[in-house]
Ligand binder design. Structure first.
Ligand code: BJW
Length: 244
């Protein structure tokens, strides 16, 4: 991998002229912080465990202790990580625009830790506990399978599993941001999981310039620009190009 990236001049121009920017991030943005991605060989979390055995309500109800063990392992891993230059560059990019929305599929809180402000956590928050019966304000305990103090039902991690709806406000705000933006950046996502993967098409249909940043580009036909490389390298280069 080269240690510098070529940022297309036409993209720099589009970003300089843009008033509204929307960014969609996926697991690849946190890879350089040491958070494993979901679908990559060797490091991917799904290589060790099948998604259907962990990230669905059916799987949870079948074996809540097993699913909780996996989430606790991930909480411990993520708690030791820090934002990388890609996260920091996105926080810096936000400062250039009045209308800037960062939609993240990541549940690791690293964008907020980097200083990003207008963040939509599309798939929830790894560190939140919620009650499966929907009680407000559940208090977690240290049980292997924590219970809700109000109703006695199981608590579960506050993330969005397969087959579950994206929280209404997150979906609405993200779709609006994709529809109205001048430029949309899709960074570090395999674009396999919907409805998040549909946001770039929505942006393009509404006239935005669309950009993919990924060391292994997805080949999505909706992208005007594709920059092949790691976000921790490309995003700081992008900021430098805007400053020149
Ligand atoms: C780098 C890099 C570096 C590496 N720099 N890059 C339409 C069509 C088909 C199916 C569906 C559809 N609509 C809905 C569905 C069903 C389903 C779905 O999409 N299935 C597909 C898999 C086929 N979607 C759902 O079920 C969603 N719910 C829904 O639609 O509900 C409808 C409904 C309505 C009303 C009532 C009820 C229901 C929910 C999806 C939830 C996804 N949840 C997960 C787990 C979250 C919890 C947890 O963390 O445990 O979210 S799955 C997992 O995938 C996680 C991620 O956010 C998500 C996306 O993965 P991501 O981020 O793209 O990661 P990877 O690993 O796939 O890719 C990493 C990329 O990084 C790679 O490309 C690398 O090259 C790159 N990379 N290093 C930059 N340094």
């Amino acid at each position: 991998m080269s240690d510098s990236a070529e940022i297309p001049e036409a993209l720099v121009k589009a970003l300089r002229e843009a008033s509204r920017v929307c960014v969609l991030t996926g697991a690849g943005v946190s890879a350089e912080s040491g958070v494993p991605t979901f679908r990559e060989a060797q490091t991917g979390l799904w290589e060790q465990y099948r998604p259907e055995s962990l990230a669905t309500m059916d799987a949870f109800l079948a074996d809540p202790a097993f699913v909780w063990k996996w989430y606790r392992w991930r909480r411990e891993l993520v708690a030791k990580t820090e934002p990388n230059p890609g996260h920091l560059a996105l926080a810096e990019l936000e400062e250039r625009y009045e209308d800037f929305t960062l939609v993240t599929q990541n549940v690791d809180r690293l964008h907020r830790a980097a200083g990003s402000r207008n963040v939509i956590e599309f798939h929830g928050d790894l560190f939140a506990d919620i009650c499966i019966a929907g009680c407000a304000d559940p208090a977690a305990n240290d049980d292997e399978i924590p219970f809700c103090n109000h109703c006695g039902n199981f608590l579960r991690p506050g993330v969005v599993w397969f087959g579950e709806a994206i929280p209404q406000e997150a979906l609405y705000r993200s779709s609006e941001a994709a529809e109205r933006c001048d430029v949309m950046l899709c960074i570090g996502t395999s674009s396999q999981v919907y409805p998040a993967a549909g946001l770039s098409g929505l942006a393009r249909q509404n006239g935005a310039v669309t950009v993919e940043i990924n060391p292994e580009p997805t080949g999505g036909p909706e992208f005007n620009f594709v920059i092949a490389g790691p976000s921790g390298l490309i995003l700081p280069e992008l900021i430098s190009s805007l400053e020149q």
